[in-house]
Design a binder for this molecule. Structure first.
Ligand code: IPM
Ligand code: MN
Length: 358
């Protein structure tokens, strides 16, 4: 019997459902080609569900989602609903309660013409960002005092724990080693101003001593943004805090061609993990069949890699890379001249021909 993977699908809001539909078509196709089975269960959560029922993430649904092998998420967020309510009630809830402490964001350019930087080739733009995913300002330790008055005080604590920092740094060292490219890990922080980040500095040094084969490198977040544009080839594997990772990876997505391709994995090694495009719900493109589904397709590839279906993951990546290199998919924006479904069709019909290891 071939292996079966149980996948919870949360298509969500905005362009989420359109791009996830294409991702699922491709998932089913590679399962047929590479010989495994997928049992996908959809959970129609998000803005529409909330408006109809006032429910954000019912406990019963959460328990079910938690028991699957992986989660595929489209996008959450809708302008009709209070900012952050669904984002925190769904995405952040999954990240925190499933303890998905790694947010892995590959930054990889597949074809030179997609890069907005002059003279940068796919060789120059190929790094991994490991974003801490459960702490920092995202922990939600906040408050308002004298709200709405001229004397208002608003606070939100940036928190880092030794455990939280250490586990993500260790994951990043292991990853830099497994990747075996230049064997360099760059710590990105702001320890010169946010002195609490001295915890990152010290932990990085201590854990790093256990990895003598990995070169330790460091950049402050402001400088890292600059290097990302000026010399992206200097990065191999990067580890950083939650908020800096959030910001740095939107910038980094642009040098790999745009948010139309950037995918991420929210991972707790060995446990149910979540895969999603990083673009968000993009309400202005919702329902128009113009958004690129490739970020979701790449999230599907990351999910398959995580589930041990490395051949299927490589097949998807190779197919997408080929279509971009040949310009059959000419760009990653909503202006590519191809619809969401047409891009899905192109990927679908090219999967079988991809050159993948036997
Ligand atoms: C991301 C998103 C989320 C984040 C939002 C929607 C809360 O921007 O996954 O990068 O900030 O983590
Ligand atoms: Mn973000």
């Amino acid at each position: 019997m071939s292996k079966e993977h149980a996948i919870a699908v949360l298509a969500g809001d905005g362009i989420g459902p359109e791009v996830v539909r294409q991702g699922l078509r491709i998932l089913e196709r590679v399962a047929a080609i590479d010989g495994f089975r997928v049992r996908a269960t959809s959970y129609p959560l998000g803005a529409e569900h909330y408006l109809k029922t006032k429910e954000i993430f019912p406990d019963a649904a959460f328990r079910e989602v938690k028991d699957q092998d992986a989660i595929l998420l489209g996008a959450i967020g809708d302008p009709r609903i209070e900012v952050g309510l669904l984002e925190f009630g769904i995405i952040a809830k999954l990240r925190f309660e499933l303890d998905l402490f790694v947010n892995l964001r590959p930054v990889k350019l597949y074809a030179e013409h997609l890069c907005p930087l002059k003279n940068k080739t796919p060789e120059d733009v190929d790094f991994l960002v490991v974003r801490e995913n459960t702490e920092d300002a995202y922990a939600g330790m906040r408050g308002f005092f004298k709200k709405g008055t001229p004397d208002e005080v608003a606070t939100q604590e940036i928190i880092f724990t030794r455990k939280g920092v250490e586990r993500v740094i260790r994951y990043a060292f292991d990853l830099a080693r497994r990747r075996g490219r230049t064997k360099k890990l760059t710590l990105v922080d702001k320890a010169n101003a946010v002195r609490a980040m001295d915890l990152w500095t010290r932990t990085f040094e201590e854990v790093g001593r256990e990895y003598p084969d990995i070169t330790r490198d460091h950049a402050y977040i402001d400088a890292a943004c600059m290097w990302c544009v000026k010399n992206p080839e200097w990065f191999d594997t990067v580890v950083t805090s939650n908020m800096f990772g959030d910001i740095l990876t939107d910038l980094a997505a642009m040098i790999q061609g745009g948010l139309g391709i950037a995918a991420s994995g929210n991972i707790h090694p060995g446990r149910v993990s979540l895969f999603e495009p990083i673009h968000g719900s993009a309400p202005k493109y919702a329902g128009q069949n113009v958004a690129s589904p490739l970020a979701t397709v790449m999230a599907v590839a990351m999910m398959l890699e995580y589930l041990g279906e490395t051949r299927a993951a490589a097949r998807i990546e190779e197919t997408v890379a080929g279509l971009l290199r040949s310009k059959r998919i000419p760009s990653l924006g909503s202006d590519s001249g191809l619809s969401t479904t047409q891009i899905g069709d192109l990927v679908l019909e090219s999967l079988e021909r991809a050159k993948v290891p036997a």
